[in-house]
Design a protein around this ligand. Structure first.
Ligand SMILES: Nc1nc2c(ncn2[C@@H]2O[C@H](COP(=O)(O)OP(=O)(O)OP(=O)(O)O)[C@@H](O)[C@H]2O)c(=O)[nH]1
Ligand SMILES: [K+]
Ligand SMILES: [Mg+2]
Length: 367
């Protein structure tokens, strides 16, 4: 019996050997689905526990978390220490950090947890080093800093992206716009609002057969690839997480080299050791986290701009606002009065379902 890792290697080899054409598309679709299933096997913790493992589970605090991923000695711990004032051992030898080290930064009034992690190496997702535990922690974060050494950013970037991808993390990407509904009967019904140029019916059929799906409605609303389809079928094991590339150690390159680095999308060149350009990194972090600051205004008083209630973009209704203060508020809630971007009239009376925007000012009126 070969191991899961060996089986994956065999399939990857076979895919590399198989030319993509009309005659092979069914076979390739089948291989891709098989690969996705094996990967899932690999990343599902055995023994049923959902935790990442000893030394990797830390108490989670704050409204959002940022995980640090990178090769050994790129400066992850130095960066954590700089941003949060925590002490995580930093040294010039690899694998200095062996567990998750949490720190905390308050930015725009929002408490954000930062998680320094051990370095990963190529093959991490297949169980090399502690890669699987490390990536499992990153998968629970709202944002990932991929920390790269500026002296070799592009090769490292590619390797790390592949490791995260293999673990079901989709970076800087929205979920594919595919509506997938499994049914008891009725066969496969495929519709699309745009021409599908990346896959043919044989490939789709192969994937569905591999997943033993015989009845489903599938509506493609984007020019999806077969990998997108698999992601939608495997929805539960996928996470769509924004990433910032922190290009560290810019104190060791020239201005000309720095200029080139700025062309990498979603990247911020920094020096964790010298504290250079940290403001830009935090600003981009804030943008990517997409948090909403809501200021409370007690009736008849000035708004409190010092300590906003911070909400996530996917949960920022008036109801979410009330809940995050105290759920008992909901019992006596009559309506809310809102000033800010989310309302047309200043102020405007709204109900629990109203969606708030960044820097809105809210007064809760009780029954
Ligand atoms: N020149 C320079 N060196 C840096 C910078 N940031 C970190 N270093 C050095 O790089 C080495 C590794 O730093 P660490 O912070 O331990 O790196 P790490 O990524 O946490 O390493 P592991 O925990 O082993 O994976 C140390 O010698 C740091 O002093 C930087 O901005 N510039
Ligand atoms: K180190
Ligand atoms: Mg470290």
């Amino acid at each position: 019996m070969s191991t899961t890792v060996e089986k994956i290697k065999e399939i990857e080899l076979e895919m590399a050997r198989t030319q993509k054409n009309k005659a092979t598309s069914y076979h390739l679709g089948q291989l891709k689905a098989k690969l996705a299933k094996l990967r899932k096997e690999l990343i599902t913790p055995s023994g049923g526990g959902g935790g990442a493992g000893i030394g990797f589970d830390v108490q989670r605090t704050g409204v959002a978390s940022v995980g640090f991923i990178g090769f050994p000695s790129v400066g992850k711990s130095t960066l954590l220490n700089l941003l949060t004032g925590t002490h995580s051992e930093a040294a010039d030898y690899e694998f200095t950090t062996l567990t998750t080290v949490p720190g905390c930064v308050v930015y725009n009034g929002a408490k954000i947890q930062m998680l320094d992690l051990p370095g990963i190496i190529q093959g991490a997702k297949d169980g090399k080093g502690r890669g699987r535990q490390v990536i499992a922690v990153a998968k629970t974060c709202h944002l990932i800093f991929i920390v790269l050494d500026v002296l070799k950013p592009l090769t490292d970037k590619k390797i790390i992206e592949t490791e995260l991808e293999g673990f079901g993390i989709r970076i800087n990407k929205a979920p594919p716009n595919i509506v997938f509904r499994k049914k008891e009967r009725g066969g496969i019904n495929i519709t699309s609002t745009v021409p599908l140029t990346n896959m043919d019916n044989d490939e789709i059929r192969a994937v569905l057969t591999e997943y033993r799906i015989s009845s489903a409605d599938i509506a493609f609303r984007c020019d999806a690839t077969i990998d997108d389809l698999i992601d939608v079928i495997e929805e539960k094991s996928r996470r769509y997480i924004p990433v910032i590339y922190a290009l560290n150690k810019i104190d060791s390159v020239t201005i000309e080299e720095l200029d080139l680095l700025y062309r990498i999308p979603n990247s911020v060149p920094i020096s964790a050791e010298k504290g250079w350009n940290v403001d830009e990194l935090l600003e981009m972090m804030w943008t990517k986290l997409d948090l909403k600051r809501i200021y409370t205004k007690p009736k008849g008083q000035a708004p409190d701009y010092t300590s906003p209630v911070v909400l996530k973009a996917n949960a920022c209704t008036v109801e979410d606002f009330c809940r995050s203060i105290h759920k008992s508020i909901l019992d006596s809630f009559k309506h809310a009065i809102v000033y800010g971007q989310s309302v047309k009239h200043q102020p405007q009376r709204v109900g629990l379902g109203h969606v708030l925007m960044d820097e809105d000012v809210v007064t809760i009126v009780k029954k």
